[in-house]
Design a protein around this ligand. Sequence first.
Ligand code: MN
Ligand code: MN
Length: 455
Amino acid sequence: MYRKNAWKKYEDKAPVMDFAEGYKKFITYGKTERLVVKESVELLEKAGFLDGSKAKSIKPGDKLYFLNKNKNVAAFIIGKKPLSEGLRILGAHIDSPRLDLKENPVYENNGFALGDTHYYGGVKKYQWVTIPLALHGVVIKKDGKTVEVNIGEDPADPVVGITDLLIHLSADQLQKTAAKVIEGEDLDISLGSIPVKDEEKDAVKKNVLALLKDKYDIEEEDLISAEIEVTPAGPARDYGLDRSMVAGYGHDDRVCAYTSLKAILDVEPSDYTSVCILVDKEEIGSVGATGAQSLFFENIVAKLAKLAGESDALYAAREIFEHSKMLSSDVSAGFDPLYAGVNDPKNAAYFGNGLVFNKYTGRGGKSGSNDANPEYYAWVRRSMDEAGVHWQNAELGKVDQGGGGTIAYILGNYNMNVIDAGIAVHNMHAPMEIVSKVDVYEAYLGYKAFLTAKE
Ligand code: MN
Ligand code: MN
């Protein structure tokens, strides 16, 4: 169903609304990639997926997951056909733009203890001031003990935040460009203002560190080996008087991660091996051990090839990839009537019209993009239409208006067929992003259709 409003399909909206409840819970808890991995593994294990690192053999119908450094996970349902005939891969990223505490973050200035941050990913910095923020992450102590930090989500918790200048004294500030009105180095969070008794120097900072010591048994130096992420505080919520949308933090790209994960949780073993891979670090270039460019995925596919009896497993992995099909599941820029001018309306993603396919992304003449082959796109169209899934196509805005990338090109490098497929988002990369519930549901149906589609 190409470019038709999907709400009209649902006289009974309960399946759409119920699915959104699960999703809201998922992102309300999953404020970091580690938390998303944790809840994903819980859901996988509940559905009978086993830890693949312990597998001694594989056979059709086996359900396995592989964990990578607690920030990257891949789930497989072994298909009836041999692996060499290719995989059906859903890939999404689970990192989202945010502020990370620096290694040495805590300092005192004029009676305030502050936490210094370095922003992560593409953010409009002015959007991150004067909103309640939470602290999530881990501190790894020298003895290897992991301390989990979670402050600001429980309504009884305090929150933190970043100040902005009062309007009354903003004459100079308001002359600055939006890129400069809040500078990256000024994204420092307020941590406290009570001094410890009988101390002159850094008395407020000492008090904050004492609180951390008391609650988490950590020293200031332990923050060096930590990943503390500053994220918007509070739950995802219904948006719009008709509750048709979800407002929340991290739809990019946890909305595609959740729908992809739910798809593999809910499909039966099919002809081709089903895969869902959730990766980290997309927002900073898919780099490193837990990003899409990591050899992790190739290594586990080689491991599966070995378990399937291939003697040259690495070569076999390459062959498997070459015959694979992938949906690079990432969000699209939803057409926003308030900013209509940045889109080509013929090739824009509209809320309510279902799963969005982007033949290409990139910027400045498709640069850096995976440009999907039309032969593959035709197969995708057929698969969606046969399953009655609502879908649409889009480009990321008008030519030369900007741009962006996804993980599509990375898997494309293996010579597999890849196309971008995701959900339209408003306010992308803002602390509060918006998606349409019916698009979330259609994406889930589309991902299931992809995993189970015939040749
Ligand atoms: Mn994304
Ligand atoms: Mn993004």
